[in-house]
Design a protein around this ligand. Structure first.
Ligand code: PLP
Length: 512
């Protein structure tokens, strides 16, 4: 069993807990206002009124008008919508988008998609803390540019950009401006008029609202096109029956924002105390978040000589949740594109964690986290061994003393076959199969890229499995290091560990 002494959640930039008031409003919408807002009778009108009231609340929160708000299923969808709609409208007459290299993957990957269709994407240079220099904006915009895309606050560093000045420079050259304001809302004030942007995106679950709902601000008169076709909802821009309960929850979270923001000064002070505590533990830590113009809750910190995935797993084992990057890339092995863009080496990026406080993080929470970090850095904590792909040769694979536990996700198993003689188990339902894993063999935990295996290895160690390792680089790394073994043996003699209560309730041999 996991020995969690305390739960300390320090990953609020990934998501936040829904407050009881938000949950109550959502429940009310689900149980009492469940009509389809597009229908024409009484209960439908009630649902429609929830929508319209929520639209007013969200609009007021960001200083917009209700008809400038489009509800979406997420901010990822919002970023996709604006970027793709504007490319549709402008390309090929104008073909250039200017952005920053530290945008969220929902922007970066959409830009990469558009680039594959012929759009030219130019990235502005950023400094050591991810700040864009205004002069670079003016230089980057040419007559071909139709959009400038710059986030208000960075999710990994907390860096706040001077979007007011950036937008002014873009508008002066007839260029539209999109700002991803997801991380800013709830932590600093967001006024889309003062920012001077044409589009802005938001997500409810970053501010104690529900997951699965976001909003796009589209300035009156700014060009935009439909993203999802098939209905008149959201002024024809996003077809599909609205998630009224989610939207009601989003609005309730917005109502609580003044109180939330009033606690942010205390959060910023706590963050500074935490930095001092970390420096006392390890004087050579490198803080990648700027001192000023930074989200009050966000801290990116590098621990030279200590792998971030291992540190994260050690913290997780003691109930402390932090992240190694954005939530969308936490199980990737590639170093964070944001940390690379601000000049960190691959090594330093892989030694960096992100700590993001909540408004209810206490000094005791941070003292506890600092204590766990100290124990890990001083080598006092339980640790797991690292196995290099080169060590996993034919003899190793067929040694009955080794027990290979493959915790890849189902979609990853479709991409690459597993190591021979391995036992397949789920990454997420550890408790349901852990009892199958022997304590008297050398357990090697394997995942796709080498990251997901680490917390499982720690969890096994906590279950008194004496000899536990994880495979660095995962199946991907092993295939590259051992192509002949992969070709000859991968996918053979695999056993699936059925969770208790599964279809058979026992180990199932796949018969390959
Ligand atoms: N933009 C930023 C800056 C984010 O941090 C996130 C989420 O982490 C998103 C966009 C995506 O938001 P959502 O989870 O609503 O898709």
């Amino acid at each position: 069993m996991l020995s969690l002494r305390r739960q300390v959640y320090l990953d609020s930039n990934a998501t936040t807990a829904v407050t009881p008031r938000v949950a109550r409003e959502m429940s009310r919408a689900l149980t009492r206002r469940w009509g389809n807002p597009s229908s024409l009778y009484h209960c439908a009108r009630e649902a429609a009124s929830v929508l319209e009231e929520a639209r007013q609340v969200v609009a007021r929160t960001i200083h917009a008008e209700p008809d400038e708000i489009v509800f979406t299923g997420s901010a990822t969808e919002g970023n996709n919508q604006v970027l793709k709609a504007l490319a549709d409208i402008h390309f090929p007459q104008r073909r250039r988008i200017v952005s920053t290299p530290i945008e969220h993957p929902s922007v970066m990957e959409t830009l990469a998609h558009l680039a594959s269709r012929g759009i030219e994407v130019a990235f502005l240079p950023v400094d050591r803390f991810g700040r864009v220099a205004l002069g670079a904006v003016e230089e980057a915009i040419d007559a071909d540019t139709f959009l400038l895309c710059c986030m208000l606050a960075n999710n990994e560093l907390g860096t706040i950009q001077d979007v007011v000045a950036i937008a002014r420079a873009a508008r002066a050259r007839g260029v539209l401006v999109l700002s991803d304001c997801v991380q800013a809302l709830g932590k600093v004030s967001v006024d889309v008029r003062a920012l001077g942007v044409d589009y802005a995106t938001f997500s409810a679950h970053k501010l104690h609202g529900p997951k699965g709902v976001g909003a796009v601000f589209v300035r009156r008169g700014a060009p935009i096109g439909p993203f999802v076709h098939g209905g008149h909802q959201e002024a024809g821009l996003r077809a599909g029956t609205e998630g009224v309960h989610n939207i009601a929850g989003f609005a309730e979270a917005c109502r609580a924002l003044p109180a939330l923001r009033s606690r942010m000064a205390a959060t910023a002070a706590l963050k500074q105390q935490f930095v001092r505590a970390l420096r006392a533990i390890k004087p050579d830590i490198v803080v990648n978040s700027p001192d000023d113009l930074c989200l009050p809750n966000t801290l990116s910190v590098t621990f030279p000589g200590f792998n971030n995935a291992v540190l994260m797993a050690a913290l997780d084992q003691q109930g402390v949740a932090v992240s190694a990057g954005s939530a969308c890339s936490t199980s990737e092995t590639r170093p964070s594109h944001v940390l690379k863009a601000i000049g960190l080496s691959d090594e330093a990026a892989n030694e960096t964690i992100r700590v993001s406080l909540s408004d209810d993080t206490s000094p005791a929470d941070l003292r506890y986290a600092a204590r766990i970090i100290r124990r890990h850095l001083e080598g006092q904590a339980v640790s797991v061994e690292v196995l290099r792909a080169a060590q996993v040769d034919e003899r190793f694979l067929f040694d009955p003393g080794n027990y290979i536990l493959d915790v890849r996700f189902w979609h990853e198993r479709k991409l690459l076959k597993g190591l021979p003689n391995s036992f397949e188990a789920s990454f997420v339902s550890f408790k349901r199969y852990a009892h199958h894993v022997p304590r008297d063999r050398h357990v090697v935990v394997v995942c796709m890229g080498g990251i997901d295996a680490i917390p499982i290895a720690y969890a096994l160690k906590a279950r008194r499995c004496q000899n536990v390792s994880y495979l660095r680089g995962g199946v991907v790394g092993w295939r590259i290091a051992q192509p002949e073994l992969y070709a000859r043996y991968a996918g053979t003699n695999i056993t699936r560990l059925e969770p208790r209560g599964g279809s058979t309730g026992v180990l199932r041999r796949l018969g390959l």
